[in-house]
Design a protein around this ligand. Structure first.
Ligand code: PEP
Ligand code: MN
Length: 337
């Protein structure tokens, strides 16, 4: 259920509603907007009578929410969520770029990647230290050493860091070295991991699973939100369809759909979305045109020799071209990039 407080409702009125909900057995999540405070309750919804709350002082309206996700729903925070990562805002008017290799490979490579990302105007560097590979014989990532190298390169170039967490045991390391914890497509429904991430107070980016619906993606976000961690970013990275020419089918329509359904920021990953580098730049342009709040792209100084995902990894000059074009698109829709 949701209780929307009136503009200018005072703290004692808000607390009065919270107390009554808690008494009834609800867990209450509070969203303090510019105009309205919204209280979202998870609990015995069948006992919730909106009319009983609408007569309380300071209450504007009350609703039973039928959607299966509540805290991720647009109603909970109509103004949208802006996630602050130091001086970088995700979900604001600036389209954020997170760029770097698929995997951290060595110091030279990640330094070059940070330099390329920074020169292009990206705000964050990406790179996996723990890699979910389809084959157990493929490179599995550098682990902590990789995280250390990426943090160092990022700090030297004034960038933030995003990196993947594959299971609960890796959380402390990721918290230490990374600014955003990425949940990969293969882990989108690892509910134990999502619950643990809900206990953090640190941004989490949840990628859409290869066979996940938009609703399932939102329910995965709900796992993190319901733990009290409200810093969740969604990522469209393509889904598996009957089409085989591209690695995945980048579902661009998910971007405007998610914009309607949720207040959470949405990032697009055209690298995994297409699997081939020549299609990454046009899909990056399209994603920004469709309303994405950010881009997550793979770039490497020498993609031919990348240890993972080389075929979809941009060359440095393609990345620069992408940034120039994306800036023009952002400008055309009243944003910056
Ligand atoms: C990645 O970002 O390198 C990655 C493994 O992505 P996904 O989980 O989308 O396959
Ligand atoms: Mn990759």
């Amino acid at each position: 259920m949701l209780v929307v407080m009136q503009e200018g409702a005072i703290e004692t009125q808000i607390q009065g509603v919270i107390d009554r909900l808690v008494e009834m057995g609800f867990t209450v999540h509070r969203s303090t907007g510019v105009l309205h405070t919204v209280l979202g309750g998870v609990g015995p919804v069948e006992q919730f009578e909106p009319a009983d709350f609408e007569v309380m002082e300071g209450v504007k309206e009350a609703h039973r929410i039928v959607s299966p996700y509540k805290l991720a729903s647009k109603h909970f925070k109509p103004g949208g969520t802006v996630i602050q990562v130091g001086n970088v805002e995700i979900g604001g008017s600036h389209v954020v770029t997170m760029a770097g290799p698929c995997s951290v490979e060595n110091e030279y490579q990640i330094e070059r990647a940070a330099e390329i990302a920074m020169k292009g105007g990206a705000q964050m560097i990406r790179g996996g230290a723990f890699k979910p590979r389809s084959s157990p014989y493929s490179f599995q990532g550098m682990g902590e050493e990789g995280l250390k190298l990426m943090r160092k390169a990022a700090d030297r170039h004034g960038l933030k860091v995003i990196s993947e967490v594959m299971d609960q045991t890796q959380i402390p390391l990721l918290v230490e070295y990374s600014d955003i914890l990425q949940v990969g497509a293969r882990n989108m429904q690892n509910f134990n991991l999502l619950r643990e991430l809900g206990k953090l107070r640190k941004p989490v980016l949840v990628k859409r699973g290869i066979a996940a619906t938009i609703e399932e993606l939102l329910l995965s976000a709900e796992y993190v939100l319901s733990g009290g961690n409200y810093q969740v970013i969604l990522c469209e990275r393509g889904i598996r369809t009957f089409e085989t020419y591209t690695r995945n089918t980048m579902d661009l329509s998910a971007i405007p759909v998610l914009k309607r359904l949720t207040h959470l920021p949405i990032v697009a990953d055209p690298s995994h979305g297409t699997g081939k580098r020549d299609f990454v730049v046009p899909m990056a342009r399209a994603a920004v045109a469709a309303g994405a709040d950010g881009l997550l792209v793979e770039v490497h100084h020498d993609p031919e020799h990348a240890m993972s995902d080389g075929a979809q990894t941009l060359r440095p000059e393609q990345f620069q071209e992408m940034m120039t074009q994306v800036r023009a698109i952002a400008h055309a829709i009243g944003r910056t990039a």
